[in-house]
Design a binder for this molecule. Sequence first.
Ligand code: DOR
Length: 449
Amino acid sequence: MKENLSFDYIFKDGKVVLPSGIVDADIGVKDGIIEEIGKISKESASSVTDSIIDCNNLHVLPGVIDSQVHFREPGLENKENLESGMKAAAAGGVTCVFEMPNTNPLTITPEAMADKLQRASRVAWTDYAFYLGGTGRTSSNLSEWENLEGTCGIKIFIGASTGDLITPSDEEIEAVISNGKRVIAVHAEDQYIMDRNKKEILGSSTDVSMHNIWRSPESCLSATRRVVEIAKKYKRRVHILHITTAEEMEYLKMNKDVASVEVLANHLSFSAPECYERLGTLVQQNPPIREKHHQDALWRAINDNTVDILASDHAPHTLDEKAQTYPSSPSGTPGVQTLVPVMLNHVSNKKLSIERLVDLWSHGPHRIHKIHNKGQITKGYDADITLVDLNKKMTITNAQQKSRTGWTPYDGLNVTGWPVMTMIRGNIVMREDELLQPIGQQVKFKETM
Ligand code: DOR
């Protein structure tokens, strides 16, 4: 304990979630850094009135990292922009986001990456990094381009979703995987199987409850197997995003040497067919929300440590767009602001422990993306803190949403568990649902420093 230090902030008397587990401890923050973890006297606060944060009955978590969001800028700002997306994140207790490349133009060149970084730096409510899209066409540049400033990894879509970033064939996937060494995040749905199914299974139907039938489990398993086999050949790390099927979880459990695994809050929270009957195209997303037995398999994989990362896949579309007749309606839901309360509610319902949840949304991204000094409460790391009240009862509503789209599929859900403060590098950005100051910056990665 360094009593001679005067801390900018002291988180006093909280339950602190460290990489080793929960401890009763205080945290001292100085110059944006976690300086001390332990018993800290109130006298070492720089200001008695403003610096001591009473954390009695609260949990002090490392800042929540949402490593899969779509913020739509440039090109699709009618749905969202970087400012509104990051504002929604900070309001929901998220301290850092990794944003996807299916914007317009696509983020697949150094120029597009530099443009996004420039745009983000204007008003950033959270820290941020961006995925660079991988394509067959640009693959020979990727060993160099994967190291661009602000880049958290490469992203490929094996099956099409919003936008036309797609790498459907083994040849194109191999061209991307064989160039470079950082992690490749994969949207694993097999475009060839989906093309056939759309014709043969969906046909002229306009029923959204067909979404998880023609975008089939078989299509997901096929894409996942194909990309993992190629990754093994090159010993390249692949991170398979938003897994939705029991079959993929069984397969991935045996292939953790090259593949890390992600699930989404939506796939843990909604199930078919009920969700389509109740919410229609509002819960249409890719890969789709599936039946309960798949969801049960995702929960098992959370609790047996197959899953590495949990994210929101915040993918906003306007209500007008969502009102189009299926399948013209776009896929995706907002989610960055509801990620924390929805998952804390699952903790309250004993679906997982708070330690496991922290592992999934902070320690996991830190480990998989090799983030510099973020993602755990450790001395010397950035003072990114999400302070949560596991007992606070609230109702999620559309009116709370900061996303441009102004809606959430969780509208009306009563939850137990709520974020009460977002601190980023020692700056309080949100307190008791009030947003204070946009001080976000670009994230650094160990592999490119
Ligand atoms: O449903 C989805 N929407 N899945 C994706 O992978 C992309 C996203 C979007 O960008 O709208």
